[in-house]
Design a protein around this ligand. Sequence first.
Ligand SMILES: [Zn+2]
Length: 285
Amino acid sequence: MTPDEYLKASYTALQRSENHVGDDIKARLLLLLWRLRQSLLSSLPDTGISRELIIIPLLEAFALELQLYSDAFLAILLKQLEEVDETHSERAAAYAGLTLTRRDYRPRRGNELLSTTRSGGMTLLEKFTPDPLSTLSPYTTGHLTAIRSKIQAGIMRQDATIEIARSLVAERTTRGYIQPINARGTSYSALRNRDTALISNSVWEVSGYAERAVFERQKYLTSRPTLPPTPAPFGAKGWQWHAILDPKTCPICRPLDGLIRQNFNEFPYIPPVHPRCRCRLLPVQ
Ligand SMILES: [Zn+2]
């Protein structure tokens, strides 16, 4: 298997995993914001100084629903990440020519996996653990803050309630039925992008971790002269940075493409460098 074939196979499988989580999550988020939209429409007057006060209990109730969403999101994400850790370590082992046993790599589960995976400067375990006082996870608080500022900006501008509601989720009328839709600039669209980036980052981070561990293991095993029969040394010439070069490749990753280092920790970064980073470190051929 050439590096390109391996990268292509990885890319396809990992993207499928991302879509899997995304599909499960999108409808829940849409429904959640649609319900908030409906409660704004039914209880927020179009004008008046009481508007600021009315949204407080409304957002408090919404925060609890958002926390349930956070829990559901985590359960779906974790299940997929466990699968990614397992299947990608096997894929990497096949590429490296290693017959994988539990001694070579033990796929991570549950909190072990969450505490070794980072996204946006914190581990997934930190991101999804509710604060004991507020009972909200940092993930929930992030989403809530975005929604609160959107509503407050609308109130400051003295927008009519329907305008504020539409800034959360847009709608379309089909045969007399009102349906929520994804429209740019809405809270739904912003939160959905944020979720997509988190899913993508986690999937690539988990698979990259498994891959590096498997590669290091094979490098170690094949570098020992006493082991019969001796396969060709794996990764003996070091590691090379592979960026997916297309117009979307970011300015950080593009110049790193082709970079060679003897060890993983000698690279300026370990991918993923940023959300949706597709870079990989493969052995020099
Ligand atoms: Zn990258």
